[in-house]
Design a protein around this ligand. Structure first.
Ligand SMILES: [Zn+2]
Length: 61
């Protein structure tokens, strides 16, 4: 009879959760540069980057 060993790695679990969220399309967007002028679109845009997976996205203003 041994003790029950609780083996938990919160950080790893959190990371896995984040990846799952990213795969589901729920990225953790962080603004990289605000009101940047996109020459191709001829509009002001905000560059966003996901803190978890590093994917980038442009938001039109
Ligand atoms: Zn992501």
């Amino acid at each position: 009879m041994g003790d029950i060993v609780r083996f938990r790695k919160p950080s790893l679990r959190k990371k896995a959760e984040g990846k799952t969220l990213c795969r589901s399309g729920f990225h953790k967007w962080k603004t990289v540069s605000e009101r940047k002028f996109d020459v191709k679109r001829g509009k002001l845009v905000t560059l966003l980057r996901c803190e978890r997976c590093g994917e980038e996205r442009i938001k039109l203003i």
